[in-house]
Write a protein that binds this ligand. Structure first.
Ligand code: IYR
Length: 224
């Protein structure tokens, strides 16, 4: 049983609450997924702070089943690009079902993933379906984790928001399958790639598709 202590919580006045709610909405509304990066470096301190922020996310039984691997090394980025392109070439050449390709077509994506080399930094989010502990006798023990996808999904959302708030551009990329990341990044067997996030600044000529978010009425149901 944990020790429990009094919560520190400051109630804001209503005007301040409204102001903050709108301010955050206006900020997040401006986030766009970016596929055209500038090679300009990003301060590692910003990345570190964003990862610390992601690490504050709630998780099943507070097991924090995530690991964030930061790659800025050009040789490793190149290996990741080549491996991702190899998979994606097959995906676009027929491994993706036609329906999927049709859904993707308006985005204009293809198997070329040069952003994996151009972006100054890649954050690879790994999920841990179980933890590993070595007991006193030296035997490796598996500790089951709960709500792993939900937990790592929430932490990734917090990470994207933190990076955006810090003035950095991101792309949520999921090359498929992603097993090559475990190998290239030399991760233990209980870490599975979850999301690959190139981070940096947009290139001067970056373009984004004219897409719209669903309206409030499409996404919300209010039951009073
Ligand atoms: N992972 C592939 C395909 C892809 C899939 C979805 I769903 C997207 O929203 C975008 C791309 C790729 O990166 O090209």
């Amino acid at each position: 049983m944990y020790q429990f202590f009094p919560l520190e919580f400051t109630r804001l006045d209503q005007d301040e609450q409204q102001r903050r709610a709108l301010e955050f909405y206006e900020l997040m509304k401006r986030r766009r997924t970016v596929r055209n990066f500038s090679p300009d470096p990003v301060p590692m301190e910003l990345i570190e702070t964003a990862i610390r922020t992601a690490g504050t996310a709630p998780s099943g039984a507070n097991q924090q089943p995530w690991r964030f691997v930061v790659v800025s090394n050009p040789d490793i980025k190149r290996r990741i690009r080549l491996a991702a392109e190899e998979e994606e070439r097959e995906n676009y050449a027929g491994r993706f079902p036609d329906k999927w390709l049709q859904t993707l077509a308006p985005l204009g994506t293809d198997w070329h993933k040069e952003f994996l080399e151009i972006a100054p930094c890649l954050i690879v989010v790994f999920k841990m379906d179980y933890g590993l502990r070595t007991d006193a006798s030296g035997t490796e023990e598996k500790i089951k984790h709960y709500y792993v996808n939900e937990s790592v999904g929430i932490a990734s959302g917090v990470l994207l928001a933190a990076l955006h708030y810090s003035g950095l551009a991101t792309l949520t990329h999921t090359p498929n399958p992603m097993g090559f990341l475990t190998e290239i990044l030399n991760r233990p067997k209980n870490e599975k790639p979850f999301l690959l996030i190139p981070v940096g600044y947009p290139s001067m000529d970056a373009k984004v598709p004219d897409i719209a978010k669903k309206t409030f009425d499409e996404i919300a149901v209010i039951i009073e």
